[in-house]
Design a protein around this ligand. Sequence first.
Ligand SMILES: NCc1[nH]cc(CCC(=O)O)c1CC(=O)O
Length: 309
Amino acid sequence: MNKIRIATRKSALAMWQAEYVKAELLRHHPQLTVELVPMSTQGDKILDTPLAKIGGKGLFVKELEQAMLDGLADIAVHSMKDVPVEFPDGLMLHTICPRENPQDAFVSNQFTCLDELPHGAVVGTSSLRRQCQLKALRPDLTVRDLRGNVNTRLAKLDNGEYAAIILAAAGLIRLGFQQRIASLLSVETSLPANGQGAVGIECRSDDFAVQQLLKPLEHSETRSCVLAERAMNRKLQGGCQVPIGAYAEIEGDTLWLRGLVGSLDGSEIIRHQLKGPVAEAEQLGTELAEYLLQQGADRILQAVYQAGL
Ligand SMILES: NCc1[nH]cc(CCC(=O)O)c1CC(=O)O
């Protein structure tokens, strides 16, 4: 094995992440040749429809997966947040890299934080999870859909269409837009999405040569956290476009997992948290989901799906 081809989306953030993996691979294996194979996904092509309405899982990953199955690429680099909780036959999530800041960021040219927003202000986000938590805190706000990659979203804010927008801090930081972050939303205010801020690497399940080369890029703490968060989503059977938050932290040998499921208007939010051994990360995620389901999460999610999303 002397060459690795990386399938990646073409957005600036995806290219940054692929370049990061390329640099890490070369740092650990200086003899290796690494090539990027940029491609467009459905999620990149359909720009005029709110994400939640396009439906279908894996909107941002399917084409990359097909490229690996067809032997046109060896690995795919993803934002873990966009990766469905189940994998197609023949492919696996092999590596989870160190997490960037997992928080949501408040970005505005006029206001420094949520509390400063005037009554009825328009806030942009295309995430049902962010919408639900925003409306729970500030029912007066108008949440308006905001699609597009990070650069597009910032441009729409600058056009004056929104008083503020909410984005993942990780994407802004990676692209050098840290100074655009007016403030970070605490995880209590806006519980992140499962996998937010983490980069994952997918490869063919039987490609042991590539898997060997990927090993040094793995970050075991991030892996445990992301596995717990994904196990929660899997049990809830939530796609990436559902008002579900899941966030894990590690303190010593203990994993602390927080989760929530909410209604679109924020009028109802079911929250719970669990602590347990890091070694049982996935069981914790499943257990937390079971608790949320008992508390009525299934009823809330059914209502979300029936709203035609
Ligand atoms: N859904 C798009 C997406 N996928 C990953 C990130 C940010 C980076 C990350 O979470 O790793 C974003 C943008 C956003 O949510 O603002």
